[in-house]
Design a protein around this ligand. Structure first.
Ligand code: KIV
Length: 257
């Protein structure tokens, strides 16, 4: 059965929310059997295109990848990241969010930031566009990729931003790379669920970049647990294929017409 946003909110304080990123149909169709939320994250810029930052990701790229992902999802909620410079003001955000919703048939969009996007979130929600927030480390605007919540000012801002986003009408908030007790406090003081990435076990759910989880991405991050080493598996398969081709073992009679 197709999951609804209301089902997700009901999970708070009851069941953990499971979420992963996907950038294409085949991966999405596997994740769909296990995840509550599938995010088409703008992390695809660094993961797939080797961009230095997600700031280079375009609306067109997000829409095309999301159209592919949509074909693989039957049950999970599909959320699409609004890329950098597509929500600089409410008017621009509404136009682009409508385009994303229409072209990709996703269930919601995700925007990074707090106070700055308060009015924008309110307008999207008023226009029946469900919004997921994103606080803590903000790859679209942060200069350095360090975890947040060491300094009191940072902590207070994240707490205030989370409250503002909830007031503006988000249905959940991603907390990226924030200190454990801060993640716990924010989670306990919101009605909407928090989804953590590098933000402790105290969030209402967790999200990871799929390529990190399966070990396809060779880089190691502290907040990632690798559940497979898919690079090894691919390497073995390709090595066997290359041996077979060179020894004229592939294709054999069964693979031929
Ligand atoms: O772009 C992305 O994949 C994300 C997740 C890391 C939350 O925003």
């Amino acid at each position: 059965m197709k999951k609804k946003i209301t089902d997700l909110i009901k999970k708070k304080n009851k069941k953990k929310i499971v979420s992963l990123t996907a950038y294409s149909k085949n991966v999405a169709s596997i994740l769909d059997n296990h995840c509550d939320i599938i995010l088409v994250g703008d992390s695809l810029g660094s993961v797939l295109y080797n961009y230095k930052s997600t700031r280079e990701v375009s609306l067109h790229m997000m829409i095309e990848h999301s159209k592919s992902v949509r074909m693989g999802i039957k049950k999970a909620l599909m959320v699409v990241d609004m890329p950098h410079n597509t929500y600089r003001n409410s008017k621009e955000a509404l136009k682009n969010a409508k385009k994303i919703m229409l072209k990709t048939k996703c269930d919601a969009v995700k925007l990074e930031g707090g106070k700055k996007i308060y009015e924008t979130v309110k307008i999207l929600v008023k226009n029946k566009i469900p919004v997921m927030g994103h606080l803590g480390l903000l790859p679209q605007s942060d200069k350095t990729f360090k975890f947040k919540g060491k300094k009191k000012l940072d902590r207070d801002n994240i707490i205030k931003d989370a409250q503002l986003l909830e007031k503006a009408g988000v249905f959940s908030i991603v907390l990226e790379c924030i200190e454990t007790s801060l993640a716990k406090f924010v989670t306990q003081n919101l009605k909407v669920p928090t989804i953590g990435i590098g933000a402790s076990k105290f969030c209402d759910g967790q999200i990871l970049v799929f390529d990190d989880l399966i070990g396809l991405n060779p880089i190691n991050y502290r907040f990632v647990k690798k559940y497979a080493n898919i690079r090894n598996e691919i390497s073995k398969a390709v090595s066997n294929y290359s041996k077979d081709v060179r020894k004229i073992k592939f294709p054999n009679k069964n693979n031929s017409y």
